[in-house]
Design a binder for this molecule. Sequence first.
Ligand SMILES: Nc1ncnc2c1ncn2[C@@H]1O[C@H](COP(=O)(O)OP(=O)(O)OP(=O)(O)O)[C@@H](O)[C@H]1O
Ligand SMILES: [Mg+2]
Length: 274
Amino acid sequence: MLVIEGLTKRYATGDLALDDVSLTVPKGQVMALIGPSGAGKSTLIRCVNRLVEPTAGTIRLGETVLTALGDRALRRARRRMGMIFQEYALVERLSVMENVLSGRLGYVGFWRSWFRRFPLADIEEAFRLLARVGLDHMVDKRADALSGGQRQRVGIVRALMQDPELLLVDEPTASLDPKTSRQIMRLIIELAKERGLAAIINIHDVALAQQFAERIVGLHAGRIVFDGPASDLTPEVLTTIYGEEDWSATIRKAEDDDEDEPPAVEAARIAAAD
Ligand SMILES: Nc1ncnc2c1ncn2[C@@H]1O[C@H](COP(=O)(O)OP(=O)(O)OP(=O)(O)O)[C@@H](O)[C@H]1O
Ligand SMILES: [Mg+2]
């Protein structure tokens, strides 16, 4: 479980990116974080893994107070957070398998990883996960020869190789076509559900968030202005989050439901709509 209390971030430039944000994400819950550009979505995710230092507030992952950790303990705690970022670069000249195994670097000793001698169990797990995302025929391909969707799958597998408790996902579909975007979102959510991971997914595509996430949190100017099930995302709510606009085409109608939507997500939406 991730517990954020009173999180505030003011950058050195004076920008107040987050203003007293409190949020709990239980184990097994996939939460989409939406909001206009500059609302503070990336800042929130980066405060959790402390790529950005919070100005005030506390963040706990399970029993660990992340905001109180020194360098060493922070490195250890980061193993528990899988990060999937749109721009989170793969090592271009390394193969798919090598990139995936780099997810184990936090666990494998320095010399073993230097010689790229990973335990057999890690390699087997990598093969299993790559097969799961449909890339098992590409293990030897160099990262720089992959398409955007394939790269994102490698990023997902690498994050899962860390055996994390929490997934932090920042705009996973920003440069992908609509179909690939859906496949990637579905994959992230299925895998998170299977493993009982908590996940925060920053996403610009409201319809996609609504289709796949059981809970949506809307940020506006660094404050939470909406927190509820996808079915509660009305035009009025979208106006609060993004500002005045005609939202009728954006809101996802129940009859648009894909047949292949993950059952857990569908069940959550049905339950939330009751
Ligand atoms: N490194 C930084 N230094 C100073 N200000 C920053 C920095 N990073 C972000 N900001 C500011 O903090 C605010 C929130 O930015 P953030 O990147 O978190 O927004 P976002 O919701 O992720 O936006 P987008 O949807 O465009 O990615 C913005 O006003 C931004 O200008
Ligand atoms: Mg961002």
